[in-house]
Design a protein around this ligand. Structure first.
Ligand code: HEC
Length: 101
């Protein structure tokens, strides 16, 4: 039983580490769409890596965040300029942006 707990703990550690690094395809989407505004904070966009700027937004939940991107919000165009992104990719991108650097 103890061993099983260890294995589960290791698995979760593995997932947490993998999460820090966006897979290259998703990173490419970030670079060509979201990054355009979210790297510099253009037009009042919450900056990538600025956890404080994201905290109140993330408190609304990931579903609400994904919906915001799909509908567009303020100066952000619908789908954040990624027309072929899936909900899952949006969620990965948002997790990446909202995490402190
Ligand atoms: C043209 C600039 C621009 C692009 C491109 C862009 N954003 Fe944004 N984004 C903004 C701005 C500006 C805001 C702040 C909107 C507001 O609160 O009025 C924002 C806010 C957000 C929010 C918070 C929404 C909320 O309800 O608080 C999320 C999540 C988000 N962007 C994700 C993304 C993702 C994912 C991409 C890429 C697929 C992306 N953005 C591309 C400008 C942009």
């Amino acid at each position: 039983m103890k061993q099983l707990t260890m294995i589960v703990a290791l698995l979760f550690a593995g997932i947490a580490t993998a999460d820090d690094h966006l897979d290259p395809a998703t990173k490419a989407i970030y670079d060509r769409s979201c990054g355009f505004c979210h790297t510099s904070g253009a037009a009042g966009a919450p900056k990538t890596g600025d956890a404080a700027a994201w905290e109140s937004r993330m408190a609304l939940g990931m579903d609400a965040m994904v919906l915001s991107v799909k509908n567009g919000k303020g100066a952000m165009p619908p789908r954040g300029m990624c027309m072929d992104c899936t909900d899952e990719q949006f969620a990965d991108l948002i997790t990446y942006m909202a995490k402190a650097k």
